[in-house]
Write a protein that binds this ligand. Structure first.
Ligand code: M6R
Length: 606
């Protein structure tokens, strides 16, 4: 989390820093700040809250300078207030930081004993003083190398110096950082998105590297301070996909983009002529894979959970799933014949990246299902399956979820077929059904006004539950996550069959309960569970798929029917009403839909 921007130019940088910070707000938005260098001084401004507050609280005309750094924060150490906002500056050094310095307490003690004074509660301030201390006895490159070695934990840094006023130092360990190249100016940014309006020429720093960015040159160094060469990548510039267009929120736009997400995935992975799946350059022989481990966080973890049902249905592979933050600290038994799959929209989630790193260190087969193909997770995986859904800006993941489950489903089909566990005829039928999925998603999106009218009941309730069985269970979890994340309403996702083992005690008169009961093998069982919650006073919203058989149950409060299709594909359709339910409920409450409280899009701290 936290967003960093740095610009070294031959013209004033303030406006570009402000614009980049606004784009970076999806990484954190509890405070913001800027430091520029001019007339031999560091000028610093910072504010609690959004970047807009900087514009409102300060006369920005006074913030001159052709070189500067900026930051949007997602608090780790110290409450989100003005003092803890970045940059942190002394009279001669100013630092912006994304990450956590784990040994900050001990470093702080030593620095205090040397006479340094601290103003904030952050871990970042130690970097300011540490580098000042090291600059007393060493030239810049050596002082940076020494400072980085003294820091434990994760960081992306941007640093400017009063006495070396023509450069910005950037450094990375764990947290992402990119360099961009422009005409008579160069940039530092947390990601290419922040730099997009200024350049499409990017170099990504790898772990433990640092760089010195001047307006007319950039130099890169390894952890020993030795100069290294790095590649410049040219990214495609599609500014439009970074705009809201006619939509009120990015989330609304991203929900509506889902037919395109699925169409693009189909185009990338399906061979229309042979009715087959293309996994270009898949690096392993099929017999080398006996089991699968799927790892992710949040919504990406829910994708893993659904994929488990598909892999178990379509292949005989042993399938396990894990939340990345749990996996990375467990005593794992690594297996050479296992394929480790990492699922992540951003490709920068700290826990998922750490889990991947652990697998790489143990020489496992690693594959990532990511949206951002230039991300750390993609760059460090043996094999990458991109989801091609375009930038997802809303903090709540929507189209990336559909993109992830699409790619995982396609992978399950192909592995099942290659392992001779899915007959050719069934394999090709399923591929055919898949091609019609965008069309079905489009129809499901039309259920809009019905869902909108239902959403106020959720807002009036103290809490709600989402129930499902089989592959509808992960969708229930995802629906509950979306509602709590956006509307701040307590929502629990549960396997419907678990209710009697405790959660049924939560049901009281009028409590909204969403029951996902598509016409699959679990249908009758789920309907029985639904009747049990209705009998205890729940207000049930049943989400099922269209069928000639009427639902045999009384007292259902509301029913939503999605289109009917091959049962494997129903999770795609069931997801959409739940995304919309969360959206409309937050909209009615007047909450900040694209930037819910306490959250950030890219979770780059553990
Ligand atoms: O970028 P990632 O897919 O790795 O992010 C994982 C989670 O942080 C993310 O899915 C989060 O749960 C979403 N905000 C949920 O909508």
């Amino acid at each position: 989390m936290c967003g960093i921007i740095g610009i070294s130019s031959n013209k004033p940088v303030l406006t570009d820093i402000i614009n980049s910070l606004k784009k970076l707000e999806y990484r954190g938005y509890d405070s913001a700040g800027i430091a520029t260098l001019s007339d031999g001084e560091i000028n610093e401004i910072k504010s609690e809250g959004r970047v807009d507050n900087l514009e409102q609280n300060f006369d920005l005309k006074n913030l001159k300078g052709n070189i500067g750094i900026g930051h949007v924060r997602w608090a780790t150490h110290g409450i989100p207030n003005r003092i803890n906002a970045h940059p942190h500056s002394s009279h001669n050094v100013s630092v912006v930081h994304n990450g956590i310095i784990e040994n900050s307490t001990i470093l702080k003690k030593t620095l205090i004993s040397k006479g340094y004074k601290f103003k904030s509660q952050t871990d970042t301030e130690v970097i300011v003083h540490l580098i000042s201390e090291n600059l007393k006895t060493a030239e810049l490159e050596e002082a940076v190398t020494k400072t980085l070695k003294q820091l434990h934990g994760s960081f992306a840094l941007g640093i400017v110096f009063k006495d070396i006023p023509d450069l910005i130092v950037g450094a990375r360990r764990g947290s992402p950082l990119a360099v961009g190249y422009g005409p008579n100016e160069n940039y530092l940014g947390s990601d290419s998105y922040a730099l997009k309006s200024m350049t499409n020429k990017i170099t990504y720093l790898d772990d433990s590297e640092f760089c010195i960015v001047k307006k007319d040159e950039v130099n890169f160094f390894n952890e020993e301070g030795k100069k290294i060469n790095k590649k410049i990548l040219e990214l495609s510039s599609d500014e439009e996909s970074y705009q809201k267009g006619d939509f009120k929120h990015f989330m609304a736009k991203e929900i509506e983009e889902q037919p395109t997400t699925v169409k693009t995935g189909i185009k990338e992975y399906l061979d229309n002529v042979n009715n087959d799946v293309n996994l270009f350059n898949f690096p392993w022989k099929i017999d080398e894979i006996k089991s699968i481990k799927l790892i992710g966080c949040g919504t990406a973890y829910h994708s893993c959970l659904i994929a488990k049902y598909w892999f178990e249905e379509l292949t005989s592979l042993d399938v396990n799933i894990d939340i990345a933050s749990e996996f990375r600290y467990r005593n794992n038994r690594f297996k050479n014949d296992s394929l480790y799959i990492f699922v992540s929209q951003s490709g920068e989630t700290a826990d998922t990246y750490a889990a991947l790193d652990l697998c790489n260190k143990n020489k496992m087969k690693t594959c990532s299902v990511v949206n951002v193909i230039e991300s750390s997770i993609a760059r460090n995986s043996n094999y990458v399956l991109p989801i091609h859904c375009g930038p997802e800006i809303g903090v709540a993941s929507t189209k990336a979820f559909l993109g992830q489950i699409l790619v995982l489903y396609i992978l399950a089909l192909k592995l099942g077929f290659l392992k001779n566990e899915l007959e050719k005829i069934k394999y090709q039928e399923k591929i055919k059904d898949l091609k019609n999925l965008p069309n079905l998603i489009e129809k499901t999106l039309l259920l809009d006004s019905h869902i909108q009218s239902i959403s106020s009941t959720f807002n009036e309730a103290k809490g709600s539950m989402f129930l499902g069985r089989g592959s509808s269970y992960p969708i229930a979890l995802e629906g509950a996550l979306k509602l709590k994340e956006l509307s701040y309403i307590h929502a629990e996702g549960y396997p419907a069959g678990e209710m009697k083992h405790g959660p049924l005690a939560l049901i009281e008169e009028g409590m909204p309960v969403v029951v996902l009961a598509p016409r699959d093998n679990y249908y009758k069982k789920t309907i029985s569970n639904m009747q049990e919650v209705i009998a205890r006073g729940a207000k049930v919203l049943l989400i099922t798929n269209k069928s000639d058989d009427e639902v045999v149950s009384e007292n259902i409060w509301e029913t939503i029917e999605v289109e009917s299709t091959n049962k494997d594909l129903l999770p795609f359709l069931l997801t959409i009403p739940l995304q919309k339910l969360a959206y409309y409920s937050a909209l009615k409450k007047g909450y900040d839909i694209d930037k819910p409280r306490n959250l950030a899009k890219s979770v780059t701290v553990e």
